[in-house]
Design a binder for this molecule. Sequence first.
Ligand code: HEC
Ligand code: HEC
Length: 429
Amino acid sequence: MALRLFLFFLVVTGSFYGRANDLAQAELGRLLFFDKILSGNKNISCATCHHPLTFSTDRLSLGVGEGGQGLGASRTTGPDWNPIHERVPRNSPALFNIGAAEYIVFFHDGRVRVDPSQKSGFATPAKGLLPMGLESALAAQAMFPVTSPTEMAGQRGENAIANFAARGNLPKLWEALAQRIREIPEYFFYFTEAYGDIQSPQDIQMVHIANAIAKFETLAFQSLESPFDHYLSGDASKMSPSELKGMSLFYGKAQCARCHSGLLQTDHNFHSIGLPPIGAGKGTGWNGLDDFGLELTTGDPNHRYKFRTPSLRNVALTGPWGHNGAYNTLKGIIKHHLDPLNGLQTYDPAQTLLPYRQDLSAIDFLLLQHEPTLLAIYQSVDLYPIRLTEDEVNSLVAFMGALTDPKSMDLSHLIPMRVPSQLPVFDFQ
Ligand code: HEC
Ligand code: HEC
């Protein structure tokens, strides 16, 4: 068994990547990533919103959390007798290369980050409640989807996890999830393979779960064999003339690398590009429909509407784009960068991918009609208008395609046939 898992990761990563222990942790993490046992109502897993079949995201502008049915663009807002409470307020990010050491800040608004001044080593919404022993900011991140009523926990009164979430009692919530795992003997086998310090099921903690999921994400979504990578190592033959032209615009006249810098095309910093506001927002601004971005983490009004620069690796696979999925074409979001005012004024909400439900859909685009909000968004923008010809814009789009790793175009080998809880892995019915 162990050998089979080991070979699995040799094939997946194409290289020997660490100690056997790491591989056993990653295999355990893979099962947990797909297991709905980590959600309050046992109806959603991490993979639902970060699915291999949709390139580690969900193909929606704004996702549908627990209570929804189906996967990807055909996911619904749940049965009429038990509909979802609200949409997830932000776009599900793709997970490519997020295990790279340069990633020390997570979420669109940076609310989980490495912070040596904290006892746990990380600044997070859990403040002092975060346990010790998390191995990376990525592992710290994995502690949080399970605490969100909309994403995974469920609504107050529905289950014990949801009740702890509603009361903000995160230590009890994490303990209750660990207890669910302890009660499944097959998981105990995987935990003993993965961790030297686990002798009895009682030793299993949420920290082990989060560390294992982070190991899986790191190995499974590493993706650095695009035509652009070949170019960097001296072989330009895999890039077309149009892609090469787009690359020189990207690093030159179009000034994209001012923010999309480094190997992964991100400075891991926060900027406003003034995207059209859609969805139900994060409870701030006009009627609570706005999303103030980084300000929600720092409390600093100068940070309003700033969001983390996303990596552009595999970006051609991972639309819709932006923190709220406002744009459904790469050309659309690139043109928006070049002239944000025009982008805001001529934005067409018909391009969004938002599963219809009358009451939710009624508020999705309200903020687009609120002039003072649009003006404030426009005034926050950190971009200068740049004039490019249509042909040059097309070259930039072509260059985005050169950042696609062909290996990432089929990730179906990551999907396990079954998970130890016996809950369903396939969501097609
Ligand atoms: C209901 C959909 C949903 C589920 C389920 C879900 N996520 Fe996410 N995930 C999101 C959204 C939306 C964001 C962005 C939220 C934000 O920035 O405020 C996100 C952000 C992340 C990030 C940060 C990426 C980055 O670039 O900053 C990671 C990593 C991640 N999720 C992993 C997980 C893991 C691990 C699980 C399971 C424990 C999980 N997600 C479950 C929707 C989901
Ligand atoms: C001032 C910094 C900055 C510059 C310059 C910039 N970007 Fe961006 N870009 C961002 C930020 C920040 C986001 C995410 C914004 C959000 O979600 O609200 C983004 C988002 C994107 C996205 C969507 C990625 C995704 O996964 O959703 C693409 C594609 C993109 N930029 C391409 C470009 C190109 C091409 C250029 C040059 C024409 C460029 N950017 C210039 C900061 C910048």
